[in-house]
Design a protein around this ligand. Structure first.
Ligand code: PSV
Ligand code: MN
Length: 433
């Protein structure tokens, strides 16, 4: 039995042959349609090929809820196997050359070796992520009542050192950013002094900020509830923005789509952060009720499009400090994580390309003439355009799959991994529970 099964380029192009003619036909038709709107389809293919986003290492493992996790056969057991799966996703969709690591889950024994392993798969490392929301075996102080904002200095100090260690690991891996999300908050009214907790956060973050290399950025990720259910210290984008400003020019605000109260206008938050020069980037996912970590575009595709509408508007306007880091942050509880990540990735590129189809002159004119229906119709025209042939062409021309999920299934990758990766006794769960 050969170990480390890989999907070969020749297999992908063989599979592509099956649907190539149809894609060509659809592409021609769309190309004509777009020409009527003065849009060159080739420009959009180039845009689709240029759109890049990172895979979170924890996303390739099966996720779960606080009730249960149902691990799938053949899921990755360590960071090397996670990188193998990330490499497979990259091969098939061609837009995910970066992986985001979570420390200590992915702490490498030999960073040089891991970097080389990634390089061989054309992968590199995106933002590092610290973890002070769990206690680790042998850890001196507990984070039960907080980490960077804990009332006791010794606990805060331990959490600060952990973040600095993440930056050190990231330096060895070639990363350029560090994301800080803390679970700190309160479960009971009165449990925390709101202002003092935030002061302690800033005091801790200043030390982490001081450890950043010159060409690094730090991303502050807010979240309004969970694991704390009454209050969280970094609860919303306003608090995040205040902290980023206080910390300095290397600090930015990260938007995880699941971290807002229901019905909040996230695209507007995105626009505000762009305008204030503090948008770090995204953790993409979708949500129905809370931080559900569902697959991107599975619940509210129009919202995803509206977010990309703001991003593309900023890109075209060349807004200062606009350099968003894109990542998926999802929990795949009932699907094959590789399939979910590929499908979600396609949804991101779709929304990005559709946003490029918005007739900006028409929209500006409708806004100036106070014509809300024409404004909406302009957005809807872009949103309802089926750009699938553009996405398929972008992938296929780069050596990827016209049908990533069909090709993945036909390859037998997961079955082969189930043979290669028998469950290890006592192995840690590889996804989020
Ligand atoms: C928290 O819910 C979060 O979105 C943060 O990004 C964490 O790093 C990630 O999920 C994994 O728990
Ligand atoms: Mn997140």
């Amino acid at each position: 039995m050969p170990t480390h099964f890989e999907i070969h380029d020749s297999f992908i192009s063989e599979q592509n042959q099956k649907t190539n003619d149809w894609v060509k036909e659809d592409y021609e038709h769309l190309s004509k349609k777009l020409r009527r709107q003065n849009v060159d389809i080739e420009d959009l293919v180039a845009k689709a090929q240029g759109f890049r986003f990172a895979i979170p290492s924890w996303g390739v493992g099966t996720g779960g809820t606080r009730f249960a996790r149902f691990p799938g056969a053949g899921e990755p057991r360590d960071i090397y196997e996670k990188l193998e799966d990330c490499g497979t996703i990259y091969k098939l969709v061609r837009s995910t050359p970066a992986v985001s690591l979570h420390i200590p889950w992915d702490k490498p024994e030999d960073a040089g070796d891991l970097r080389e392993f990634a390089r061989q798969r054309d992968l590199h490392f995106d933002a590092m992520n610290s973890n002070t929301f769990q206690d680790q075996p042998g850890q001196k102080h507990s984070y039960k009542f907080g980490s960077l904002t804990h009332p006791e200095k010794s606990v805060r100090e331990q959490a600060i050192q952990h973040n600095i260690e993440c930056i050190e690991v990231g330096k060895a891996l070639g990363s350029k950013a560090h994301t800080v999300w803390i679970g700190d908050g309160g479960n009971f009214p009165g449990q925390q002094h709101f202002r003092r907790a935030l002061e302690r956060y800033l005091e801790s973050m200043r030390e982490i900020y001081a450890a950043l290399p010159d060409d690094w950025r730090v991303f502050i990720e807010h979240k309004f509830y969970e694991p704390a259910f009454y209050s969280t210290v970094i609860n919303d984008w306003g608090t995040s923005y205040y902290c980023a400003r206080e910390l300095g020019p290397k600090a930015f605000c990260l938007v995880d789509l699941g971290h807002h109260a229901p019905n909040v206008n996230i695209e507007m938050i995105v626009a505000r952060l762009i305008q204030f020069g503090k948008l770090a980037g995204f953790h993409f996912n979708d949500s129905k009720y809370g931080d559900d970590d569902l697959d991107s575009g599975s619940i509210k595709p129009f919202q995803l499009f509206l977010i990309f509408n703001e991003l593309v508007d900023a890109e075209l306007n060349k807004e200062p400090y606009f350099s968003p880091a894109y990542m998926l942050d999802q929990s795949h509880n009932v699907t094959d994580p590789i399939e979910s990540l590929m499908m979600s990735g396609v949804e991101l590129v779709r929304a990005y390309i559709q946003a490029h189809l918005v007739d900006r002159q028409e929209l500006t004119d409708a806004q100036a003439k106070c014509d809300p229906l024409r404004a909406l119709a302009t957005l809807k025209q872009a949103f309802t355009t089926d750009v699938a042939p553009i996405l398929a062409a972008a992938r296929a021309r780069a050596g990827g799959a016209i049908d990533p999920i069909g090709t993945f299934r036909a390859s037998g990758y997961r079955q082969r991994k189930a043979e290669e990766r028998p469950a290890r006794k006592g192995a840690a769960a590889s996804g989020i529970v």
